[in-house]
Design a protein around this ligand. Structure first.
Ligand code: ADP
Ligand code: MG
Length: 349
């Protein structure tokens, strides 16, 4: 019951939130952990400000499910920017500290992605998020002057990092936020954990961030629907995939309205305002969930043209589905034969 209780007021507040990908014919369901020899062991939990579900198949699935919950809760308690005892909260308060294994990995990883994406992915975005009130009860359009003041801290150029001692020192005014990468990383960690339990088939949905292990138990691919970012009931397309992460970012996921204008939670680090790149959503398909999550956020900020060039420089590393604000759908070449859609779509080569 503890797990259900965790789905408290936040759950009620957030249950209406759209998630990036929906599960088409996944056979996923159930409250808490429930076992059924044919449908595997399923469970759900509210963590990282979102609703998470999982279905595991294998002899040790029940045992593994308990560990999945523990790992999700451990990472949530570590990475949350809002929970007063989290490592990140304390780090931001103290403007530095010695990082644990997970956060040191994420710090290194995020910095590399920031370089690669020329700052589109910015782990130092927290002071801006805070002004907008994302992650808190109330959101508002910040004062322009206040935004201008915090913007210089976002690139973390002045942060000091000692690899050997894992000591990070942040300049006054700077603060980190792993929100753009945490769920992908969690999926990656769960994948590693489940391997230790001999789980060869699993579907984990971390609030629309999907991590697959292997195929469905019958050997066929999972069918992962890509949510219509315009709010339509049916998915814009379906990916038939195995053993990958499928992660979406879009302005439709979390937003508020003020003066008739919609403001969403993915920020262009160059301006401090919600990214207006002409994209409605970006879905990344990659083996590594951490990478998929970081890239989905970054490519959403970049916009279609830059995102296409970025993909062409590393066409083997990941694949993507883009939906533009005009409703145009584009897929990268590696998804030919994997993506199906009732609508017209273009292939990027
Ligand atoms: P979601 O968390 O809804 O799945 P994302 O993976 O795109 O979507 O992450 C959005 C979150 O990432 C924001 O809530 C914020 O914590 C953080 N964020 C916002 N803008 C950026 C950015 N430009 N770079 C890195 N992280 C960002
Ligand atoms: Mg992301």
């Amino acid at each position: 019951m503890k797990r259900i209780n965790r789905m408290n007021r936040k759950m009620i507040r957030k249950i209406a939130l759209a998630v990036g990908v929906s599960l088409a014919f996944s056979g996923c369901g159930g409250i808490g952990n429930s076992a059924n020899p044919n449908s595997g062991v399923s469970g759900e939990v509210y963590a990282m400000d979102t609703y998470m579900t999982y279905t595991l198949y294998g002899d040790r699935a029940q045992e593994a499910a308990d560990e999945v919950l523990k790992e999700i809760e451990r990472l949530d308690a570590l990475l949350s920017t809002e929970q007063a005892q989290s490592e990140i909260y304390i780090l931001n308060q103290n403007k530095g500290g010695v990082l644990s294994e997970d956060t040191a990995f994420l710090w290194d990883y995020s910095r590399r992605i920031s370089d690669e994406t020329q700052g589109a992915f910015a782990v130092g975005i927290y002071p801006v998020m805070k002004l907008w009130g994302f992650g808190e009860e109330k959101q508002q359009v910040p004062d322009e002057e206040a935004l201008k003041e915090v913007l210089p801290f976002v690139d973390l150029a002045k942060a000091e990092w000692t690899e050997q001692s894992k000591l990070l020192t942040l300049p006054e005014g700077a603060a980190v936020d792993f929100g753009g990468i945490a769920k992908g990383y969690t999926g990656y960690r769960l994948r590693e954990l489940l391997k230790q339990f001999g789980i060869e088939h699993a579907l984990i949905n971390l609030g629309g961030n999907v991590q697959l292990i292997g195929s469905k138990p019958d050997g066929t691919s999972y069918r992962i629907g890509i949510k219509d970012p315009m709010g339509g009931a049916s998915p814009v397309g379906v990916l038939s995939v195995k053993d990958v992460a499928v992660i979406s970012s879009g302005g439709y996921e979390r937003y508020f309205e003020e003066g008739g204008i919609r403001y969403h939670h993915i920020i262009d680090p160059a301006t401090g305002y919600p990214a207006e790149s002409g994209l409605a959503s970006v879905t990344i398909v990659a083996e590594d969930g951490t990478l998929a999550d970081a890239y989905s956020t970054a490519l959403y900020v970049m916009g279609l043209d830059k995102a296409c060039s970025f993909w062409r420089e590393r066409p083997e590393t990941f694949q993507a589905v883009f939906v533009t604000e005009e409703g145009k759908i584009l897929i990268t070449k590696g998804l030919e034969g994997v993506f199906t859609s009732p609508s017209k779509y273009e292939t990027i080569k």
